[in-house]
Every structure is written in structure tokens, then in C-alpha cells.
Design a protein around this ligand. Structure first.
Ligand code: PLP
Length: 396
């Protein structure tokens, strides 16, 4: 019997490595295995590839090649940007402004800096997950060193008005950093257009392998090294360059950029998914309907647990997520959903689907069909009575 094809709808957790990316990487293992720092021909052949990959990436995000630094992942880029800029902050600037819905790579970096004596302001969001600009304005002052606000949220997909946030940060003399790990590859990202000083992204969210990331650092921005050692990456990030993965990142980003127009098709499928899922009684869309990543659909279902739904979906051949993959081992409700004011009970019953070019309308219809069935099945087993199901835990 032919094995039934699974539906992968968890692209915000990670993406499959594209065949073209594997193809681009292969020669770096077999022929171009030299160390780009070596002066001989083997090294220089590798160095040429490195230069070309950096130029491709810079071109896609509107940066200069010398402003692109390769790292091991998005988490390293986030850590480096915030810790490195904090270490170089001018006297009297010891405040960091971030949001209540950041990824742990930013949130926990800020928490660790609090222990080192920095003050951190965690700005709230509205019920759609959009940053409270009034609160941001009132926190920004001459003591602010860094504003670290994500471009797009990994759980609810909300896209923040980074251009306006960066403008306010600049007016206060602060550095602007954005975690664009979920955004790069899904929407057009141009560092100049956004007006940011630093921007982080990661390969495995856009068709490249896990274990490669990058940080854009605008020329002239003072950032202390996180990893000391050799003179790689212009003396700013030591470690022999991971050439195959760097080449893979460049190829994946080039393809993602070329395919951006096709994201409209992904958005249409996503809207179809949202419409189908929110037809289920006692459901609620999390995040903003329009200001969200094209592939993201995050919906809460009252009276049931996300984990149970997830397991059922898995059995039925669908890969989705209850929140961010990093927190999926925790039973704590999502800090992002709670920050939007969603009651704990509803936050516990949330599912995140993240679609890509590879999904089809038929798959979307199958997801709607299966989730509808699973929700009904779990609700029938739920100890909550029919009357309780009309009670206050449900919010429109
Ligand atoms: N920032 C965001 C918004 C993310 O979604 C992720 C990964 O889920 C990261 C940072 C961390 O990236 P990486 O897995 O490459 O360390």
C-alpha cells in the first residue's frame, strides 16, 4: 500500500532544505573544501565562493557585503546584536527596550543583561499583537541604548511597524535591532528601508540547513565581539567559516526572494485556512488578520488542549505546532498569547499552522476537515458541560 503523504504545516519551526540548495552546497564538500583564510589556491577558491555568497545575501536585503556577518544560527545573531551593542553603549545609556512577545533568544538575552545591571522595559502589545507605540514613546529617553523589537512574531505572525519604531529609536539616540528570523524569506526585507542598525535572520526558516544564521550590522555600529579568536568575518566573529552552509543560505535566500510574488498564493491559502478554522464554534484567530506573515494561521479553540489536538493531527498525518517549537516542551501557556490578553484557558487550546510554497489548496482543505473533526471529538470528551462551554472562558 502506498504510504499516505503527510502534510507539513510547520514551516515557522523549520523548513525542508530545498534541492537547489543541496545542489549548491555539494561542491563545497567535495571540491571547495579549502579554508577561505588560506592563501593557496584551495583556500582562495573557497574564499571566492564566500565573497559571492555574502554579496548575494547583501543584495537581497539591501545591505553592503561588508555589513553581513555569518553566525551559527538566529539565536547567536540575537545574542550578539543585543549583548554586543549593550557592551559598547555610551555612558548613561543602560536601558534596553524590547517587547513582551519576543522569541526566547531575545527575551532571555535581555533577562541576562538585567542581571548585569541593565534596565529592561518590556513593551506590551494590543489584542492583535501590535506593539503599543505610546508605551514605547514614553519609555524612550536619553538612557536608552538599544531598542530590540522583532519584525514578525514566530507564534502569531504579527508584523510590527519597524520603520516607525526605528525612527523613534533614532530620535532618542538609541540603536535599533530587529529579529527578522521569521520575516526574511517570507516578506520583502530591506535594511535601509526599515532604517535598522542590526537585523538577525536564520537559514533553516527559509530553505537552508539548520546551523547557519547571519547578522546585518550597519557600517559604523559599535558591537563587541561575542566569539573571540581569529580574524574571520572582518575580525568581528571568529571561527572558520561554514562555507557549505553559507553558500546554502545565499542560494535559499536568492530563491526565496525570487519567489516572493508567489507568497500571494500562500497568503490566499492561509486566508482560506483561517476562514475554515474560525468557522468552528468557539474559535478565535490570534494576531492581526492583515498585518501578519503570509503563511501564518494561529487559532485558539475553547475547552480543549492544544497538545491533545496536536497529537491527533499528528496521527492523522498533519504536522503543526501549539506555539513556538522552542517552548513546545513546556506546559506553560504561550507568553505571546497571554500578552495579547487571551485568557489562559484559550491560550492552552491554540494551534499554529505555518504554510509555504510547497503546500496546496487540497492540503488546506484537508487540514480544515481534520481539525474540525478533532475539535469535535475532543470537545465531546471534555469534562466541561455544554453550559460551561457558553461561559466566560470564550472570548470573541
Ligand atoms: N527568533 C525567532 C523569531 C525565531 O522564530 C527563531 C526560531 O524559531 C529564532 C529567533 C532562533 O533561530 P535559530 O533556531 O536559528 O536559533
Amino acid at each position: 500500500m502506498e504510504k499516505e503523504k503527510r502534510i507539513y504545516a510547520d514551516n515557522a519551526a523549520t523548513t525542508p532544505v530545498l534541492p537547489e540548495v543541496v545542489e549548491a552546497m555539494l561542491p563545497c564538500f567535495t571540491e571547495l573544501w579549502g579554508n577561505p583564510s588560506s592563501l593557496h589556491a584551495d583556500g582562495q577558491a573557497a574564499a571566492e565562493k564566500l565573497i559571492a555568497a555574502r554579496a548575494t545575501i547583501a543584495n537581497v536585503i539591501g545591505a553592503a557585503p561588508s555589513e553581513i556577518y555569518f553566525t551559527s544560527c538566529g539565536s547567536e545573531s540575537d545574542n550578539w546584536a543585543i549583548k554586543g551593542a549593550a557592551a559598547m553603549a555610551k555612558n548613561g545609556r543602560n536601558k534596553i527596550i524590547t517587547s513582551k512577545i519576543e522569541h526566547p533568544a531575545v527575551m532571555n538575552t535581555c533577562k541576562s543583561l538585567e542581571k548585569d545591571g541593565f534596565t529592561v522595559a518590556y513593551i506590551g502589545v494590543d489584542e492583535k499583537g501590535i506593539l503599543d507605540m505610546n508605551e514605547l514613546s514614553s519609555e524612550l529617553d536619553e538612557t536608552t541604548a538599544i531598542v530590540a523589537i522583532m519584525l514578525a512574531n514566530n507564534e502569531i505572525g504579527t508584523i510590527q511597524p519597524i520603520k516607525e519604531i526605528a525612527k523613534l529609536a533614532k530620535e532618542a539616540g538609541a540603536l535599533m535591532f530587529t529579529d527578522a528570523v521569521q520575516a526574511v524569506g517570507s516578506i520583502k526585507v530591506d535594511v535601509k528601508e526599515l532604517g535598522v542598525d542590526m537585523l538577525a535572520f536564520s537559514g533553516h526558516k527559509l530553505g537552508a540547513p539548520k546551523g547557519i544564521g547571519a547578522l546585518y550590522i550597519k557600517k559604523g555600529t559599535r558591537v563587541k565581539n561575542l566569539i573571540n579568536g581569529g580574524a574571520q568575518e572582518n575580525g568581528k566573529r571568529a571561527g572558520t567559516e561554514n562555507l557549505p552552509y553559507i553558500v546554502g543560505l545565499a542560494k535559499a535566500l536568492e530563491i526565496a526572494d525570487q519567489k516572493l510574488p508567489d507568497m500571494e498564493r500562500v497568503r490566499a491559502m492561509r486566508n482560506r485556512l483561517i476562514d475554515g478554522l474560525t468557522k468552528i464554534p468557539y474559535s478565535k484567530l490570534n494576531g492581526d488578520r492583515d498585518m501578519r506573515l503570509p503563511g501564518n494561521a494561529n487559532v485558539s479553540f475553547a475547552f480543549i488542549e492544544g497538545e491533545s489536538m496536536l497529537l491527533w493531527l499528528d496521527i492523522m498525518g498533519i504536522s503543526a505546532s501549539t506555539g513556538s517549537a522552542c517552548s513546545s516542551k513546556s506546559l506553560e501557556p504561550s507568553h505571546v498569547l497571554l500578552a495579547t490578553g487571551l485568557p489562559i484557558e484559550m491560550a492552552h487550546g491554540s494551534l499554529r499552522f505555518s504554510l509555504s510554497h510547497m503546500n496546496t489548496e487540497d492540503e488546506v482543505d484537508r487540514i480544515i476537515e481534520v481539525v474540525t473533526e478533532v475539535v469535535a471529538k475532543l470537545r465531546a470528551m471534555s469534562p466541561l458541560s455544554a453550559e460551561a462551554q457558553n461561559e466566560a472562558v470564550y472570548v470573541k
